[in-house]
Write a protein that binds this ligand. Structure first.
Ligand code: SF4
Length: 752
């Protein structure tokens, strides 16, 4: 009889704890799924998407052998020794001929699949690779840049005890973003003393529950948010005493906001001045406000400016460093791949590299050029850029131009099909895995997940793949791992820790190899095959050094290495997760990492952009009269790790939502077909009349348009591939984030 096993849902950043029963004919099916009440953050909560996870575990296009592309474009299966030695040889050849920095890395893990990125840093350092990117650069880098300038620390909302919740370009009912999302939204909606504000061009499910819905015209959030911020300055509602104690250079900001034409900006945004004033008064009078922005503004025009205006609202309403407001959180470890050298700009276009990430839209441009510094090879890991990033045809051309593309993934994805080598890896239910999306300011939890079944023969976990590549590249000195393994055996964890420190002191360059060194030394000594978790030993000790008080409040005792070892053991011993950091909201003021622990309000280039906002927003054209929001989150959409379209209970091929008045005018039928055309491409789509959309605005959902092998083994497409419609050049001037939520489009009735 199978037992319920704890793990997590991997479909969004919240990673709710789940319990699964495995079984079926082959014993490899997730036959029942329920919320895990022992998970410290989700406490049994789930949304409807998790129940379909077997469509991921037993998904389409699975590969179970390394594959090598043949001259005719087909693939042949090869053994692991050949794959590793050939790939290492070819990557080394690119490094030796053009320089290691010409080897680009993309990915590093999807939702809740963050250990690969931790190990990839060793491979990349062995190659001298320094440029990389991931899906975060599609969405969050503008936000990260602004946050770094203003706070120098990561900040998150505390909706569970906020008096007012403010959602900007975010529909948390569908996209989640904080633990137990729908429960919290319902609690706020039912409490007469609490309020909710939604800024969104679509009347979303969250907007239905909100007290105020500011239904902006698509792409005009900069006008709306500047009008909202300006109201506080122009009405004299700012607590100057609070600002004086906590904020630098506020006068520069106030001067620009003083000149914002509030009523004119309301007109541009399509929101009445009265409704804006009502919103401003609500925020002014609230004892606490938590704000959250998301892709509606982050993949839109003026996205970095709007992220800035959002944070200025935190300052103007005093919503930082107190309960129910915005507060600093302590992540267990930095997100993404860590390598010693972080360039400031990309090599060809000189695009800004934010948190180590090259803007995604820039990457194909920096391959499809004759510039001597162009990228020559790519390693792509747990990511599908050909499908998921703007301008699919440009990505296909770019990969064809490279000397070598290596993809590490579970399935033969659209990207894998354009690669030279494809290395198959375990699913998230077949390996030890975790998420570094630990974002809670007060009680921050970490969940190290154990496998619920063995991987099939022929696949390897990412830590093993990276260890083999590093060894083939000669990245770790001969004999070092044998020596450290012996120290661990003879002297235990304390002696091992000191020996590792000694090695790093003597040779600091080996720091980047530490993940692989730990995997090969501490890894085999861990219980139940937990070797992939070895890298967390370093993360636990580093966290204990940085935040001993936060750990003590979470129930860990002692200091120094004792504390670090306790945390590591707690991770291994709590299969449903563990709270590792507890902090008071007020301590955010001590954890902010600006020079004088004050918020830096002025960001000159963004104040310049704000001052230069036109009196009208650039609109659509006669040729492309609609705005397409590409990638809407819906009840049955998820990222593309669900390759099997059968997982969707409804909206099978992802209909285009259109206001009925527009549809009538165009002669479209509800449930019929239409052709959508953008400057970049064209697609046939199903039509759904939907009065949640405003006139002139249409949406298509995310996660569709994969070319999936069906029962007859032939790849078939279901739904529209959005990035055949999006362009590389449509991106934010500062962060380079794409405008997927503002794609000018034409809609035509499809011929029968
Ligand atoms: S909110 Fe839903 S999709 Fe997100 S992790 Fe939880 S169950 Fe999965």
């Amino acid at each position: 009889m199978s037992e319920w096993k704890p793990t997590a849902c991997i479909l969004c950043s919240i990673n709710c704890g789940i319990e699964v029963l495995t079984g079926g004919d082959d014993g490899r099916q997730l036959i029942k799924i329920r919320g895990d009440k022992a998970h410290p953050s989700s406490r049994g909560y789930l949304c409807q998407k998790a129940s379909r996870l077997n469509h991921y575990q037993n998904g389409k296009d699975r590969i179970t052998s390394p594959m090598r592309r043949q001259p005719d474009g087909s693939f042949e299966a090869i053994d692991w020794d050949t794959a590793i030695s050939k790939i290492a040889e070819k990557l080394a050849a690119v490094r030796d001929r053009h320089g290691g920095e010409k080897i680009f890395y993309y990915g590093g893990g999807g939702q809740a699949n963050h250990l690969p990125g931790a190990y990839a840093g060793s491979t990349l350092t062995a190659l001298g690779s320094i440029y990389r990117s991931s899906a975060l650069a599609q969405e969050k880098t503008g936000e990260f840049w602004v946050q770094g300038k203003m706070f120098g620390a990561p900040v998150h909302a505390c909706f569970h005890d906020a008096e007012v919740a403010f959602f900007l370009g975010k529909n948390p009912w569908q996209s989640h973003g904080f633990p137990r999302t729908r429960n919290v939204i319902n609690e706020i909606a039912k409490d007469p003393n609490r309020k909710m504000v939604v800024v969104d061009p679509v009347r979303t499910e969250t907007a239905d529950k909100a007290d105020i819905h500011l239904q902006v015209k698509p792409g005009t959030d900069a006008w709306l948010m500047s009008a909202l911020a300006a109201t506080f300055v122009q009405q004299g509602w700012v607590d100057l005493d609070w600002v004086g104690r906590h904020v630098n250079d506020f006068e520069e900001v106030a001067k620009v906001l003083q000149s914002v034409p509030v009523d004119q900006n309301c007109r541009v945004a399509g929101v009445s001045p009265e409704q804006l004033r009502q919103t401003a008064e609500l925020l002014r009078d609230a004892s606490s406000v938590s704000f959250m922005e998301d892709l509606g503004i982050q993949m839109n025009r003026h996205s970095t400016l709007v992220s800035y205006l959002n944070r200025l609202m935190w300052v103007l309403t005093g919503s930082f460093g107190k309960a129910g407001a915005m507060n600093v959180f302590n992540p267990l470890a930095p997100l993404g791949v860590q390598t010693p050298n972080r360039p400031a700009f990309s090599p060809v276009n000189k695009a800004k590299v934010i948190t180590g990430l090259v803007p995604c839209n820039v990457i194909p441009e920096e391959i499809l050029t004759d510039h001597p510094d162009r990228y020559r090879a790519m390693i792509i890991e747990s990511a599908n850029p050909v499908h998921s990033l703007a301008d699919t045809p440009a990505w296909q051309r770019a990969l064809a131009r490279l000397d070598l593309t290596v993809t590490i993934d579970v399935a033969m994805t659209e990207t894998a099909r354009h690669s030279d080598y494809v290395l198959p890896t375990a699913t998230q239910y077949e390996k030890w895995e975790c998420s570094f999306f630990n974002l809670e300011p007060e009680h921050n939890a970490f969940h190290l997940r154990q496998p619920v079944m063995e991987p099939p023969e022929g696949v390897l976990g990412e830590p093993e793949i990276h260890a083999r590549l590093v060894e083939a590249l000669g990245g770790v000195p001969t004999g070092l791992t044998d020596q450290l393994r012996e120290t661990l055996r003879s002297q235990g964890p304390a002696g091992f820790g000191m020996a590792v420190q000694g090695v790093l002191k003597e040779n600091p360059d080996l720091m980047a190899m530490l993940p692989v060194i730990l995997y090969r030394t501490l890894g085999p000594a861990l219980p139940d095959g937990a070797a992939p978790a070895a890298v967390l030993w370093a993360a636990a000790h580093q966290f204990a050094q940085r935040h001993p008080d936060s750990m003590n409040r979470a129930g860990f005792e002692g200091t120094g290495p004792v504390l670090g070892e306790q945390l590591f053991q707690a991770m291994l011993g709590n299969p449903s997760g563990v709270v590792f950091s507890v902090d008071d909201p007020e301590s955010s003021w001590q954890r902010i990492r600006t020079r004088d622990r004050k918020i830096n309000a002025a960001i000159p280039p963004l104040l310049e952009e704000l001052a230069g906002l036109e009196s009208t927003a650039a609109g659509t054209s006669e040729e492309y009269p609609f705005v397409l929001s590409a990638g809407e989150r819906r009840s049955f959409t998820a990222n593309t790790i669900y390759r099997d379209p059968q997982w969707r209970r409804k909206d099978y091929d992802g209909a285009m939502r259109i206001n009925p008045s527009d549809a009538d005018r165009l002669g479209l039928a509800d449930g019929g077909r239409a052709r959508i055309t953008t400057r970049r491409g064209s697609a046939l789509v199903a039509v759904e009349f939907n009065d949640r959309m405003q006139a002139g605005h249409v949406s298509l959902p995310n996660g569709q348009g994969l070319d999936v092998a069906m029962e007859d083994e032939q790849p078939r497409r279901v739904g529209a591939a959005l990035n055949e419609l999006t362009s590389l050049e449509d991106r934010d001037w500062l962060a380079g984030t794409p405008w997927h939520k503002w794609v000018p489009a034409r809609i035509d009735k499809a011929e029968a």
